[in-house]
Design a protein around this ligand. Structure first.
Ligand code: GTP
Ligand code: MG
Length: 441
């Protein structure tokens, strides 16, 4: 894995072990990493030659009875950057447990969630953004998320940030040199400093923008289907999912509770929320259901307001429209029926029966799919804060005030950027990020 982080001078930590493959396969992989790992493997696996050659597979028998392979990495290489080994055994839970127990008896301890990746970070094999990419890759639910995670993991985002940092550090050095050694280096070349900061800002702006565009791909969209009873909400949910998920009947008031289902729209995870129809009156259960409908509508990224084309827009629909607070699209349903009439001059007419209009309905979601090297939602506000600091520094340089005042803002910008790469991340933030990992990563 390419790394943009610097190699660490930290010593290897105490040996830890955990399975790194998912349970249930024919073969399981267990990693041990840390000081003395090779010696521990020697105690539980044989035969091994006197001199172990790294990155070569050795076949042998484990102390707990199973046979399998052992591959070794020397300190400074491998995923964690520590002395480590990966051991494969047959995938039964008993064999994996047996191997872990014998490794622990020989001096290792169980790895905590995220601890291998944390070590890779501490040893400079990955920076924080890459480590988050590892995690995003494990959690990826769509192809687009997987590709975005790979960009992060491979260091694309980190490399872009390194370019920004280069410019900021260059200007900071020039500002400080012209303050401290003005006789030797002369006055600050303000136009050149401004040019460098402009470039840094352009790069950052592009990153913030791509992060904004990738947000739906990371976080998904919540879309609520709202309308009067019988408008065709549950039918539309089923048609979009191509599955019979929600109950559909000609009886108004069929859906009593909200129902959430995930749709993969060209890589954008869309959470579709079917809701109870909204109308005056109704029994207590229906009224409770309608309260949930309002909650779902208010928490959605988008509302689809469905109107039955054979009925047209009613006063109840106007009342519904008046209550909706989120971005809304008006959808005419049942377009296949001959008495379905347009409700607006240009309404989007769909039919769950024939499939008409469904492509047009999902297109805006699919259009939000992205393949850019993009930052995570966590990074967006941090990068915007860095951008503000650089903008502030640039303004200072152009004002008739001592140029070293800009240094404060440039330092602040670098601190912010370091919160993405991990260089200046606070320990509790690092802790939060790594502890959320699953065990064995
Ligand atoms: N021909 C035709 N009938 C439809 C279409 N969509 C829904 N219907 C019919 O309209 C009736 C109501 O559909 P539902 O999907 O249950 O409507 P709903 O909005 O979920 O209704 P509630 O759950 O009661 O709020 C059912 O009889 C459906 O078969 C369509 O596109 N074409
Ligand atoms: Mg329904």
């Amino acid at each position: 894995m390419p790394s943009v982080a610097e190699e660490s001078t930290l010593p290897d930590f105490e040996p830890i072990c955990a399975p790194i493959s998912a349970a249930g396969g024919a073969v399981a992989l267990v990693r041990i990493s840390g000081r003395g790992s090779w010696g521990i493997v020697r105690q539980v696996f044989s035969p091994l030659p006197r001199e172990i050659e790294p990155k070569r597979a050795f076949y042998g028998r484990f102390r707990h009875g199973d046979d399998g392979l052992a591959v070794f990495w020397a300190s400074g290489s491998g995923f964690t950057g520590e002395e480590s080994a990966e051991l494969s055994v047959h995938g039964s839970p008993a064999s994996v447990r047996g191997l872990l127990e014998s490794l622990i008896a020989a001096g290792a301890r169980s790895a905590r969630p995220g601890e291998f990746t944390e070590r890779a970070f501490l040893h400079g094999r990955l920076d924080l953004a890459q480590a988050e990419g590892v995690r995003a890759g494990i959690e990826a639910a769509t192809d687009a998320q997987d590709r975005l995670a790979a960009h992060l993991r491979d260091g694309d985002v980190s490399r872009q940030l390194a370019e920004v940092e280069d410019e900021v550090v260059g200007v900071l050095a020039a500002v400080e040199a012209s303050t401290d050694f003005s006789e030797e280096v002369g006055e600050l070349d303000v136009p050149s400093a401004v040019r460098r900061l402009d470039r840094a800002m352009r790069l950052l702006e592009a990153m913030v923008e791509s992060g904004r565009r990738a947000r739906p791909a990371w976080s998904g969209l919540r879309v609520a289907l709202i309308g009067r009873p019988n408008a065709g909400k549950s039918s539309l949910l089923n048609a979009l999912l191509r599955a019979d998920r929600a109950l559909v009947t000609p009886i108004p008031g069929t859906t009593r509770d909200t129902l959430e289902e995930r749709l993969d729209a060209a890589g954008v995870p869309v959470l579709l929320i079917d809701t109870a129809g909204l109308r005056e009156g109704g029994d207590e259960v229906e009224r409770l259901g309608m309260e949930r409908t309002i909650l779902a509508a208010d928490s959605a990224d988008e509302v689809l307001h469905l109107v039955d084309g054979t009925v047209g827009l009613t006063d109840e629909d106007r009342a519904i429209a008046g209550r909706l607070m989120r971005p809304t699209r008006l959808i005419r349903t049942k377009a296949d029926l001959p008495d379905s009439r347009p409700i607006l001059e240009e309404d989007l007419a769909v039919s769950s029966a024939s499939g008409q209009g469904l492509e047009d309905l999902v297109r805006p979601w699919k259009d939000q799919a992205t393949d850019l090297p993009a930052v995570l939602p966590r990074h967006g506000p941090i990068l915007e804060a860095a951008l503000d600091s650089i903008r502030e520094a640039r303004a200072t340089l152009e004002r008739p005030v001592p140029t070293d005042l800009a240094a404060v803002d440039l330092h602040a910008a670098l601190r912010r950027l370091g919160e993405v790469t991990g260089r200046t991340a606070a320990p509790d933030m690092l802790d939060r990020i790594f502890r959320d990992f699953c065990i064995g990563k």
